[in-house]
Design a protein around this ligand. Sequence first.
Ligand SMILES: Cc1cc2nc3c(=O)[nH]c(=O)nc-3n(C[C@H](O)[C@H](O)[C@H](O)COP(=O)(O)OP(=O)(O)OC[C@H]3O[C@@H](n4cnc5c(N)ncnc54)[C@H](O)[C@@H]3O)c2cc1C
Length: 232
Amino acid sequence: MDFRLKDEQLMIQKTARDFAKKELEPVAKMLDKTKDFSIIIDNLKKLAQLGFMGLAVPECYGGSQAGSIAYSLALTEIGRVCASTAVTMSVTNMVAELLVEFGTELQKQKYIPKLLNGEYAAGSFALTEASAGSDPTNIKTMAVENEDGYLINGSKLFITSAEYAGIIIVWAVTDKQAERGKGMSAFIVERDTPGCIIGKNEEKMGQRRWPCPGRMVPRHLLVDISRLFGVL
Ligand SMILES: Cc1cc2nc3c(=O)[nH]c(=O)nc-3n(C[C@H](O)[C@H](O)[C@H](O)COP(=O)(O)OP(=O)(O)OC[C@H]3O[C@@H](n4cnc5c(N)ncnc54)[C@H](O)[C@@H]3O)c2cc1C
């Protein structure tokens, strides 16, 4: 078996290394101290222009279709210089890949290009709660169906990029009676939806400018059925 990296993978690795050296290294230390997210957002948009927000996403959705190895090489280079930027980049790639895997065609066409071309600074994924980290089957956030869609109420913790993400994938219980690990669904929530309340950014020991607010608190957040996205 040939374990050597392919030319395209080497090129992506070099592009990421050069970007990290030129754009991230000069500001990484300062980013760790400032509360101003504008530079990190600016860098995320530049990463999108390089095709780094959908490295494993198929070309038909605007992705780079470079595969998981190229993605991990790029992420390693970014993370070596700025862990905050790397976490944000990885969650955005994950959200795009989830949409590819589980989204309806309409959802894919609507959201993937915006995640990949930088129109959205980032994508966000809201699963963790105070009582549900390693064990996500413990989530308490509820989505109750009514004639207009689903009404979501609850509280999420440690949600990377929620403050400025274009969309947040929010997990909630949709069937309380279901067996453990079932009766949960994911919803695509546009960041400016009324009721999508974002808590303050917690101080942390490391990755201090990792844009992770203490809480994302859906309060009477109404999403229509077209935003229902994954069902367990
Ligand atoms: C950089 C970063 C980014 C993150 N971004 C996001 C995000 O974007 N969206 C999101 O939803 N969440 C996010 N999280 C939260 C992350 O998913 C949770 O922190 C993680 O799932 C662990 O949950 P917890 O912190 O509640 O720890 P706990 O689940 O309380 O675990 C604490 C410790 O106990 C151990 N433990 C737990 N259960 C058991 C068991 N049954 N047996 C033995 N040991 C056990 C764990 O291994 C761990 O060492 C992020 C966290 C970090 C650090």
